[in-house]
Structure formats: structure tokens, C-alpha cells
Design a protein around this ligand. Structure first.
Ligand SMILES: Nc1ncnc2c1ncn2[C@@H]1O[C@H](COP(=O)(O)OP(=O)(O)OP(=O)(O)O)[C@@H](O)[C@H]1O
Ligand SMILES: Nc1ncnc2c1ncn2[C@@H]1O[C@H](COP(=O)(O)OP(=O)(O)OP(=O)(O)O)[C@@H](O)[C@H]1O
Ligand SMILES: [Mg+2]
Ligand SMILES: [Mg+2]
Lengths: 252, 252
């Protein structure tokens, strides 16, 4: 049975999509069969993998339209990596989902039939604790939390962890935090080290050893529609995501 | 009658809160009476102004509880600057608002009685196009859009502008885009200049001349609970927000 990882943090711009794409790609390049589900109406994970033509089916058709998820799965530029693409229409789900029965379980139910077809499923969540993100957390076995090395990102961690506890109590007792990954670490600033030290001291077991450095190549890669290992495999960003993927597998 | 500005962009981490706080503070320091409304359950604008004790009333009491907005207004460390603080409970509004009549007008109706008490009202929106942000856009006369100098932020602009057009057609015909402000510009990278050039060429009239540089002092200031003009008034970040506030007033 495939392991389902949600990548979530309500703080915006902390590296969720970048972490989701590049960790999923590293696992696929190592031979695992991986499905990436883009649960963000911004479609960043979809575009970051170079998919710009509107595929015939998308995650909104699955969530709102009841289409089987298999019908929305497409291949990607990376062998063994498949994608359920997003669409801007998904923003409509934020107002439609609250009206539905079992509104927190829609994604989890949709994925049930296919999770054994993959070794890993990765869900890229939008920057909020709304129903789309709740659906991602309810559908997941594990949660990876990117934490930007900035003050606001540190501050939001408490709110996220109490939401996770509420989800474990009410909807998904299996959900485990796989780890916290520090992102956009800038060695030139004190702030970065202060935030890393604070997170590590509060959550020594949960914080991954791998720290993702701020690296311009990581922010250039999406404009070429490529994961970092295909845009610049020798850069520090690529090395860091390879190390992170290794740690994710080790921790299982 | 006070002018109401929403600061919004569904892309996360682009500098909405930083722009909202520092522009509002500059205007207050110039003698205007300003109200900042924190419409984000993350409470970053509230904490960025150094308010960490849970005030007796907050924006959720106004939106969900029907409390008059006057009862939730508190002073700040800056003379002439007042705040309607946020609370993590506001995340509940994302699922409660869809069930209400006139769900897009809740904030606009709440602000009607007091907008003439202020010269400016600034609304800090969360990173989404959900009902909280829609409420902010419906309540506003003008919209300031921070655009991070990165590819994903550039890409999201089209989706935001078509949402704004839909809001103008259906809910708030008065809404005007005040301007696009480029943020976190890093002069050392080509990506930053490419994004600025693209935005300026597509939206020459709408893009503010002022570009906010990436400046570590801006990301340190929130951990001290201070706006940039009180944390480091001589830094490039502080100068840039002073220039931006000047341009905002000039464009009126
Ligand atoms: N380590 C890094 N170094 C430099 N830039 C990065 C790094 N990680 C991500 N970025 C860039 O920073 C921006 C934010 O990253 P990303 O979009 O992955 O965050 P997110 O949490 O998914 O954002 P959102 O909250 O909008 O979903 C993007 O432009 C991305 O290309
Ligand atoms: N010009 C800048 N230079 C350096 N850091 C900045 C700058 N502007 C903002 N920051 C920092 O970048 C992070 C993101 O900024 P901010 O929180 O203001 O964005 P936001 O759009 O409000 O995020 P969200 O989408 O989560 O609401 C914060 O840690 C902030 O301190
Ligand atoms: Mg993302
Ligand atoms: Mg913000």
C-alpha cells in the first residue's frame, strides 16, 4: 500500500510546492512509483512540472464532479512520476465543500481505490487551514511541514500543530507528522540560524537534519517547468532535496 | 470618507502583511488616521505590530458574532494607527461564511458605520481567494497587489486579476486596482529583473515605480513586534515603504 504524504503549512510561500515536487521527483528517480496530487487552485505544482495545457480531467472534476481519480491521472516528464493536475476552478471548492456531507473525507475517499497502485502519494496543499487542506490532511498517513527560516513561519507552527492534533482526534487517527523541514536557510543572516535553533530545540525528533538552503536555482526552475534535478542537478538546492528524500525514506 | 485599501494576493508569502503594516504605519506617521484590519487567521499583522495578548474583541467577533467593529478596535504603538486584531478562530469563518446570506458583504457591512472615522483603512488578506479574501475585496475601494519577484507569483497574477474583474461585475463595481508593488527584489539575480520587466510591460500604468528590495531588516522587524520605521528607520526597506506610501497618496 502506498504511503500518502501531505505537504502543508498555512503560512504562505514557505516552500510547500518546491518541497512536494522535488521530494516526489527524487523518489521517482530512485525507482519508486509516485503520484503527486495538486490540491492548490494556484496550480503551482502542475505548472512547476511543466504542464500548462489544460488536461481533460483535473482534481476539481474528482472532488466536485465525482470523477474517478484514475481518470484524472496524467504522466509527467519524469518516469514513474504521475500527477493529478489542479485547476483555478478548484477555488470554487472552498465554498462548495462546506455544504457537503463528509466534507473532510472527499479526497481521502477519492484516493482509496488507487493508493495501492503507487509507492508514494504526495499532496501539495494550499496556504490555509481551509477545507482543501483539511481534506489533504485527512487523506494522508504522514505530514511533511516546510518551515521557512523566518519569524512569521515559526510563529504559525503552533497553530498548525494544534490543527493537526484536532484532525488526529476527529478525522484521521493514523496521521503522523513525518517531519519538519527547514527551508530557504540563508547562512548570511542570524535570523535563519535563530529560527532553525528554535525549531530544533522545540522539536528535536521531528526536525529533519537536512536543511534546504536559499538557492536561486530553486526559484528559477519552475519558470522552465522543471524539477531542480532536471534544471540544475549539481546545485546546492538539488543536493539538499536529494538528501531530504533520503531522510524521508529512512524515517519510514 | 476614509479610503479602504485591501492588500491581497492568493500567492503565499509575497509580502502582503509586510506591505500592509508598513504602508499603514507610514501614513499614520504622516498624520493620517489609519485603521488596519487583520483578516488573516495567521494573525501576522496583529503580531507584527507587537500585539500578542488576546485582546477582548477581535475580527472574528465582528464577522461571526455580529459585534460592532468599534468594539474590536484597539490602539497600537504608533499614534493615529488603530487595529482590528485577528485570531486563529477566524479560520472557522472559512467554513461558516459559505452558509450565510450576503456572505460576500459581511466585512463591507461591518465597516460601513466607521469608515468616515478614518482617513485610511487597510485590510490584510490571507493567501487565498476564499470568502475571507472576497470579503476584503468587496469591502475595499482600492486594491494593492504585492507581487514577489519570482516566477510563481508572476503566474498567479492572471488568476487574481480575473477574480477582481468578477468581483467588480458581481459585488463591488467601485473596486479599483490602486497598483502592483514589486516585492523582495534581489538585484543579484536575473530572475528579479525579468519578473519586474514582465510585470511593468504588461501593466505599465498599474505598477508602482517603487520596488521593495529584499532586505533582511524587514524580516527581522516582526520578531521585535515593530514596523520597519521603528525597528530600523535608516534601512533600504524602510526607505522603500516610505516611498511606496508617498506614491499611494499621490495616485489617489
Ligand atoms: N530553497 C529555496 N531557495 C530559493 N527560492 C525558493 C526556495 N524554495 C522555494 N523557493 C521559491 O520561493 C517561492 C515560494 O516557494 P513555494 O511556492 O514552493 O512555496 P509554497 O509554500 O508552496 O507557497 P504557497 O503558500 O503560495 O503555496 C517560489 O517562488 C519558489 O520558487
Ligand atoms: N522585502 C522583504 N525582504 C525580506 N523579507 C521580507 C520582505 N518582505 C517580507 N519579508 C519576509 O518574508 C516573509 C513573507 O512576507 P509576508 O508574511 O509579509 O507575506 P504575506 O504575503 O503576507 O504571507 P502570507 O501569504 O502567509 O500572508 C515574512 O517572513 C516577511 O518577514
Ligand atoms: Mg504552493
Ligand atoms: Mg500575510
Amino acid at each position: 500500500l502506498g504511503k500518502t504524504y501531505a505537504v502543508a503549512n498555512q503560512k504562505g510561500g514557505v516552500g510547500k510546492t518546491t518541497t512536494c515536487i522535488n521530494t516526489a521527483v527524487c523518489l521517482a528517480e530512485a525507482g519508486a512509483t509516485v503520484l503527486l496530487i495538486d490540491l492548490d487552485p494556484q496550480c503551482n505544482a502542475t505548472h512547476g512540472l511543466g504542464i500548462h495545457d489544460n488536461p481533460p480531467r483535473n482534481v476539481y472534476d474528482v472532488i466536485a464532479g465525482g470523477a474517478p481519480v484514475e481518470s484524472a491521472i496524467i504522466g509527467s516528464q519524469v518516469p514513474h512520476l504521475f500527477l493529478v493536475p489542479s485547476t483555478p476552478d478548484l477555488a470554487g471548492a472552498e465554498v462548495e465543500l462546506p455544504l457537503r456531507d463528509n466534507r473532510e473525507f472527499v479526497v481521502s475517499q477519492a484516493l482509496q481505490g488507487i493508493s495501492s497502485d503507487f509507492d508514494y502519494l504526495f499532496i501539495d496543499c494550499p496556504p490555509s487551514l481551509s477545507l482543501l487542506t483539511l481534506n489533504g490532511l485527512v487523506a494522508a498517513d504522514k505530514l511533511i511541514i516546510p518551515v521557512q527560516c523566518e519569524y512569521y513561519a515559526l510563529e504559525g507552527l503552533g497553530q498548525l500543530l494544534s490543527t493537526v492534533a484536532a484532525i488526529q482526534d476527529n478525522f484521521n487517527p493514523n496521521l503522523r507528522i513525518a517531519g519538519l523541514v527547514m527551508t530557504m536557510f540563508d547562512a548570511r543572516t542570524n535570523l535563519s540560524s535563530q529560527v532553525v535553533n528554535q525549531v530544533r530545540s522545540h522539536f528535536p525528533e521531528l526536525t529533519y537534519k537536512t536543511v534546504i538552503p536559499r538557492n536561486i536555482r530553486l526559484s528559477e526552475a519552475p519558470s522552465h517547468g522543471k524539477p531542480i534535478s532536471r534544471y540544475d542537478p549539481t546545485c546546492a538546492g538539488s543536493d539538499a532535496y536529494f538528501d531530504l528524500a533520503t531522510e524521508v525514506v529512512e524515517r519510514e
